[in-house]
Design a protein around this ligand. Structure first.
Ligand SMILES: *[C@@H]1O[C@H](CO)[C@@H](O)[C@H](O)[C@H]1NC(C)=O
Ligand SMILES: *[C@@H]1O[C@H](CO)[C@@H](O)[C@H](O)[C@H]1NC(C)=O
Ligand SMILES: *[C@@H]1O[C@H](CO)[C@@H](O)[C@H](O)[C@H]1NC(C)=O
Ligand SMILES: *[C@@H]1O[C@H](CO)[C@@H](O)[C@H](O)[C@H]1NC(C)=O
Length: 402
């Protein structure tokens, strides 16, 4: 089996080598690779003709807003030259669907999310382009959401010349770049060893099953969760206008339990829990492809959790990721804005206990009870317990996977 396999590879490489000698590196996929059970194997032809096997990884970081997903996404974004990282590409899809249909058709949205993600993992921006508004012209856009949050969209090969006076505001991390040429982005993506996409918009893991079953991808999912009480407290600050009812109820000390907003909270909690239940159940299509991570654990043990996530992903943890984590989890630097990731993470993670009124915490416990239980978040039964720092609200819990 092995010998036969080797022979066929050598033959294929020889053929490729002959046809495309001048284009290096060449990276192509071996169908149904028997060498490794996980990770699509690729043969990389180096300039000097030597062969190196590498495994391309596709990781989807799934979360909801205010769960620390920008921070955790940065763990992968900092990986460097071998990583293509995209920050919330589905923002465009959600926005377009909301404008066009009010965003009420969850089935249609789930399909669009799934199809866009599938293409993006293959470095194809075509479908995403159809959701960008205004539409890109000749694959050029100034409107990609948070481009500067992706190192790979700001590196030199993707940075078209900056024209003074035209796009003055376009700061792309350490560079000033002109509008984004998505063809260049796609070319850069194809050169990268690994691809990671972060999204807070996928509602049900189950809807992504076709991605898990796509042999070109060998995709892995990391679901990031956080205490729903902390999430609500954080949203009430970050999305003040949208959460004005909650703020009013917090002041009144009274919550109309059958209000739409409360139902929405319950719906969100149920979606997160059901996704996790599917993942933890490990159906065949998800075997070795799902990992559950609590933000609280990342905040308390960032290096340990980063190491676990990278091990699960099958990617060696780069030194620059380690130093980024050290720099951004210890320093009690001045936080700059609500999206800041530079905070003393173990301190931040408990802050909500002093801003969320007990009444509101009780409501969350009532409608999100099963979610709290599944993830190991302790219920509080008094104002005193809520604000007593010596009582941990996090059960030490290990979620088995792999
Ligand atoms: C070819 O280059 C790779 C590094 O790109 C190196 O590891 C390998 O030893 C080289 N092989 C030969 C035959 O020079
Ligand atoms: C929602 O979208 C799906 C898939 O596009 C479609 O089949 C269905 O008819 C839509 N439902 C409504 C109520 O528009
Ligand atoms: C965008 O990039 C592609 C690939 O590098 C190039 O062929 C194309 O001319 C670029 N488009 C523009 C408008 O510069
Ligand atoms: C971060 O916060 C925790 C909890 O308040 C504290 O014990 C720790 O010393 C802080 N670390 C730094 C570097 O400020």
């Amino acid at each position: 089996m092995r010998i036969k396999y080797t022979i066929s590879i050598v033959f294929f490489v020889a053929l490729q080598f002959h046809l495309t000698f001048s284009i290096t590196p060449i990276s192509f996929q071996i169908p149904q690779t028997p060498l490794q059970s996980s990770g699509s194997s690729h043969i990389l032809l180096k300039h000097n003709g030597s062969l190196t096997t590498l495994s391309r990884r596709h990781i989807l970081l799934l979360a909801t807003t205010r769960t620390g997903s920008s921070f955790v996404g940065e763990f992968f974004n900092q990986q460097g030259d071998n990583m293509f990282y995209l920050f919330e590409p589905l923002w465009h899809v959600e926005r377009m669907l909301t404008l066009e249909t009010g965003g009420t058709n969850a089935t249609a949205a789930a399909r669009a999310y799934r199809d866009v993600l599938q293409q993006l993992f293959l470095c194809d921006f075509t479908l995403l382009e159809s959701f960008i508004d205004p539409p890109p012209v000749d694959h050029i856009t100034t409107g990609l959401f948070r481009r500067e949050s992706s190192s790979s969209l700001c590196e030199e090969s993707v940075c078209s010349p900056f024209i003074k006076g035209v796009f003055e505001r376009y700061h792309c991390r350490t560079r000033r770049c002109g509008p984004l040429n998505l063809t260049m982005a796609s070319e850069s993506c194809l050169q990268k060893e690994h691809r990671v996409i972060k999204s807070v918009r996928v509602r049900q893991l189950e809807t992504l099953r076709p991605l898990a079953e796509d042999p070109r991808l060998d995709v892995k999912f990391i679901q990031l969760v956080r205490d729903p009480r902390a999430v609500l407290a954080s949203r009430m600050v970050a999305f003040a206008a949208k959460y004005k009812n909650w703020k009013q109820w917090a002041m009144d000390g009274d919550v109309p339990i059958d209000d739409d907003e409360v139902r929405k909270l319950k719906g969100n909690c149920d979606n997160i829990r059901m996704s996790a239940e599917v993942g933890l159940r490990q159906p065949p299509w998800l075997r070795r492809r799902y990992m559950l991570v609590r933000y609280e654990d990342i905040a308390r043990f960032p290096m340990r959790k980063a190491t676990e996530m990278y091990r699960f992903a099958g990617i060696p943890l780069a030194p620059q990721v380690k130093s980024w984590i050290l720099k951004n989890t210890q320093a009690s630097k001045e936080a700059s804005g609500v999206y800041s990731t530079q905070k003393n993470s173990s301190e931040q993670v408990e802050k909500w206990r002093f801003s969320l009124p007990f009444k509101i915490a009780q409501v969350v416990q009532k409608v999100c009870g099963p979610t709290l239980k599944l993830f190991g978040y302790k219920f509080v039964n008094s104002e005193e317990m809520l604000t007593d720092r010596s009582i941990s609200l996090i059960d030490e819990k290990v979620f088995s996977f792999v």
